[in-house]
Design a protein around this ligand. Structure first.
Ligand code: TXA
Ligand code: MG
Length: 334
């Protein structure tokens, strides 16, 4: 079992001792799981190939899938970027610290392993106070940035609290998990590739397309086949053990009318369709941000019931739901 270290004091302030311990471990090349405002990350110093290799091994993630490098501020990003495209500069100025990752050309002398061999690098400054304190403390110890994918095994549901992380890495007794409470946003950052001309939205996340475009000053291209390999962008991802079926409200009602829950071992996650009596389920919030906040915990909770299938009501149209819709579509594709 991983070791969970509380990193917030009862009054909500950051526990400097816990952060220092974690920063020292990072500096020494060990893995540390850290809270961010999106999901928990599994971190290692980005400039250390052996440290980064432990991330890929622990997650069971192919080593050519690039990781996001977390930095304390825009100056920290400059250490990794061969050039900072003006659009990336504008996005950073507007949204950091926050749930936005920019992909920019990488300086060839750093973070090649973290970048999965790409000539670009994904950079993000997270808004969680524990993450920021850790990145600053680590920087003071000579760590220029922390590579951190979501702290789940490859293809599984991302963790939004320290207990989720510990359950993902039961086989890693040495893993230190900084406990910063429940993640505010609940789904991963939006990723904008600024390294290849017109910016491309590689992954919808905690910010809407409109918010990003308003700041970018241009429209975002859709991801296309030329986009680099990205595990968060594989069709099947975010998968619980149970099979996820994503159904429009009408189809969901019909399926429920024709189903016997005891036979099918089904749980329901719906917004407008009430669960029939006897069927386990929970209601999805009406607001997209509230739905994102609890999405991964809800999938874990329903999965823990041991059902064979989770029937999920498709989110409504509207770009504020893009992030939630994307994660559910990928969960259903598994
Ligand atoms: O909110 C988040 O972004 C969380 C927290 C921990 O910060 N991190 C996260 O990391 O979601 P991960 O590894 O699960 O997803 C990172 C995504 C992957 O799809 C990866 O392939 C893509 O970012 N990515 C990273 N660097 C890239 C690059 N240079 N080019 C293209 N895609 C990249
Ligand atoms: Mg992930």
């Amino acid at each position: 079992m991983a070791r969970i270290l509380p990193a917030l004091q009862p009054d909500g302030s950051v526990d400097a001792g816990a952060v220092r311990r974690a920063a020292e471990r990072l500096a020494a090349g060990a893995l540390v799981a850290l809270p961010t405002e999106t999901v928990y990350g599994l971190g290692a110093r980005a400039d250390d190939a052996a440290a980064v290799a432990q991330i890929f091994a622990a997650k069971g993630r192919p080593s050519d899938h690039p990781l996001i490098v977390h930095v304390a501020d825009a100056a920290g990003a400059a250490r990794f970027a061969a050039a900072m495209p003006p659009v990336a500069e504008r996005l950073i100025a507007a949204f950091w610290p926050g749930p936005l990752t920019v992909i920019v050309p990488r300086r060839p002398d750093i973070a090649a392993e973290a970048a999965g061999g790409q000539d670009s690098v994904g950079l993000r400054c997270p808004a969680h106070p524990v993450a920021l304190a850790l990145l600053r403390e680590a920087a003071a110890l000579g760590v220029p940035g922390v590579a951190a994918p979501s702290a789940n095994r490859f293809g599984r549901v991302s963790p939004t609290c320290a207990a989720h992380v510990a359950s993902e890495f039961e086989a890693q007794p040495d893993l230190l998990v900084l406990d910063g409470g429940y993640c505010e946003v609940g789904i991963e950052s939006a990723i904008v590739d600024c390294s290849r001309g017109q910016p491309v939205l590689l992954r919808p996340g905690g910010l809407t397309r409109e918010q990003i475009e308003a700041t970018a000053g241009e429209s975002l291209r859709e991801r296309d086949a030329a986009a680099p390999r990205a595990s968060g962008t594989l069709e099947a991802h975010y998968a619980p053990q149970a099979k996820v079926l994503l159904l429009e409200a009408e189809a969901l009602r019909r399926a429920l009318a024709g189903a016997s829950s005891s036979v099918h071992r089904v749980a329901l996650y719906s917004r407008t369709v009430a669960p029939p009596s006897g069927l386990p389920g929970r209601l999805m919030p009406d607001r997209a941000d509230a739905a994102a906040h609890e999405l991964f915990a809800a999938l874990r909770e329903l999965d823990a019931l041991g059902v064979a299938q989770i029937w999920v009501e498709a989110p409504p149209p509207g770009s504020d739901w893009d992030g939630v819709r994307d994660r559910l579509q990928r969960a259903a594709a598994a």
